[in-house]
Design a protein around this ligand. Structure first.
Ligand code: RP5
Length: 157
């Protein structure tokens, strides 16, 4: 098992707008609780596509192992990130439009065959962090333990 106790972020949390911050906060809280180093960035697939491309292309070499990407409306951010990197992308459909996240859920979950994006439920930022912990726990002993502790506490009610 590798040691995750490092300063280099393992998880990149990305969101399509600064206005998504509050909805993505549960992911940051859960990553912190589990002791998973992470970074947070705001970028839009349609307003700043160049930034998205550069972020995704450099993420792996900077040490990022999982990307959590939250977006609302026609939420193409997770899919566009996935087009530029082979890192696992966990999409978080955000209920920020008139369609209350149904649009984002379908955009994220219905990726065309060949370029996958995992999707949590609408407003599922916390679950995205937990899914990231499950993935990273396969490699990092301390994350596996922290996640198991979390699940034990959950089972106690
Ligand atoms: C999406 O459009 C963002 O992810 C956000 O959920 C929504 C509204 O963005 P703003 O117009 O508030 O920047 O791209």
């Amino acid at each position: 098992m590798a040691d995750s106790k490092q300063a280099i972020p393992l998880v990149g949390v990305v969101m399509g707008s600064k206005s998504d911050e509050a909805l993505m906060q549960p992911a940051l809280d859960m990553l912190k609780e589990l002791g998973i180093a992470h970074e947070v960035s705001v970028m839009s697939a349609h307003r700043s596509p160049q930034k998205v491309r550069e972020y995704a292309l450099s993420a792996r070499e900077r040490g990022i192992e999982v990307i959590i990407a939250g977006a609302g409306a026609a939420a193409h951010l997770p899919g566009v990130l996935a087009s530029w990197t082979i890192l696992p992308i966990i999409g978080v459909p955000l209920p920020t439009s008139d369609l209350k996240g149904i649009d984002a859920l379908l955009s994220i979950a219905q990726m065309p065959s060949g370029v996958p994006v995992a999707s949590v439920g609408i407003d599922g930022a916390k679950n995205a962090a937990l899914l990231a912990a499950e993935i990273l726990g396969l490699k990092y002993d301390s994350i596996e333990k922290a996640y198991e502790e979390y699940r034990k506490k959950l089972a106690m009610g």
